[in-house]
Design a binder for this molecule. Sequence first.
Ligand code: PGA
Length: 267
Amino acid sequence: MRTKLVVGNWKMHKTLAEAVATVEASLRWVDARRDVDVAICPPFTALSKVRELLRHTHIQVGAQDVFWKDSGAFTGQVSPAMLSDIGCAYCIVGHSETRGRFGKLEVAESSLGYFAESDHTINLKIRALLFQSINPILCVGETEAERQAGQTEAVIRNQLASALEGIDPSEMYFFAVAYEPVWAIGTGNTCDAAEANRVCGFIRQVISDLTDADVAQNIRILYGGSVKPDNADELFRQPEIDGGLVGGASLDPHSFSRIVMAAGSNA
Ligand code: PGA
């Protein structure tokens, strides 16, 4: 039986004061739900403070991204060693927004390559995180155009194969993979629960093929993309969905608490 995991991805939202207020408003409810693993991923500026507030709870903190070197002349980057130093337990890797598919930026598509991570850098980040015992939350998922073209499975298989290349199966027990269809992120178009379940099952099968059946049975596969209090119940009831990666709805303490409740075993 896999323990459900609910992760709040705040993206580029909240000042320090707003972060503190948000955590304080939901802490009591979320911490009471001890049968659900929970992590909050604030922006880097609020990580330490949020970690301090959560110190005596079962709620963990995670980062939204990382660089793969421990230190050096890498202006603007944060290393796994730095994340470990402040008690980060998780780190999101390969989110479609860091893969360079923002879609909403007023910059030329051709310049996105400079911001974007590649399959290779995702693999390097995962290795660097594992070295520091930080649990990667690996995001995979297809765009609308890839889905229309019938490429969903091929895209996800490739993303998984390159992200996990050379990683020892024994290191994968603490991984989480998030199925995040790009067309469902921040759009309000949640993927149908049965379809999300089918794709999460497919991801489990690919992980089994790439590693072994035991790893695949134990790894947590989350769904992300417009998870809200009113659809969380149905999503989390699906046998292949082990929790959620929640963006917009995690910004509101009441919504986030309700989503965590929905993941509880007797919800
Ligand atoms: P959303 O974002 O819940 O706002 O759709 C999910 C994510 O990007 O992780």
